[in-house]
Design a protein around this ligand. Structure first.
Ligand code: UDP
Ligand code: MG
Length: 158
């Protein structure tokens, strides 16, 4: 239903990415967006947002039984986040590689977490196509995505 609405008929792939409060406070917004932009993914939604407890808990509901869940929700609420949706074939898996391992001390250099973090891990990225759609609907609603044709498309895709 929602998936079909987001796709608007043709096949589309969405990745929900969020710069967490530490990334915003540390002034990493430009650097992080730049990584996805330079890679060639297409930005279809973007906002700065002070999250509510309801949205944070819903976003991380799969982790609600974990001991770190309350601290995780508190962390996400601790300041504004930057929410975005990137579109492109293979974007979910590929963007997860750009982001790097969950524990930033284990994340490879060259990844966002590997380059920018030691504890708090600065960025979230959805881990599957289904979660990309679920999180996009949760943070933006289904009508927020902008359909546009990047001028660089013929130079990026065969
Ligand atoms: N997290 C944590 N302690 C843990 C595992 C995860 O505080 O032992 C936090 C961390 O901020 C992580 C988030 O919970 O980014 C979501 O966990 P997940 O396993 O989904 O990692 P991610 O998808 O963000 O790499
Ligand atoms: Mg996750």
């Amino acid at each position: 239903f929602l998936a079909a609405a987001l796709r608007g008929g043709g096949a589309r792939w969405y990745k929900y990415v969020m710069i967490k409060p530490d990334g915003v406070q540390r002034g990493l917004v430009g650097d992080i967006i730049s990584r996805f932009e330079r890679k060639g993914f297409k930005l279809v939604a973007l906002k700065l947002f002070q999250c509510t407890k309801e949205v944070a808990e819903e976003h991380y509901k799969d982790l609600s039984s974990k001991p770190f869940f309350p601290a995780l929700v508190e962390y996400i609420l601790s300041g504004p986040v930057v929410c975005m949706v990137w579109e492109g074939e293979g974007v979910v898996k590929s963007a997860r590689k750009l982001i790097g391992a969950t524990n930033p001390l284990e994340a490879e250099p060259g990844t966002i977490r590997g380059d920018f973090a030691v504890g708090r891990n600065v960025v979230h990225g959805s881990d599957s196509t289904e979660n990309g759609e679920r999180e996009t609907a949760l943070w933006f609603g289904k009508d927020a995505l902008v359909a546009w044709e990047p001028a660089l498309k013929p130079w990026l895709l065969e």
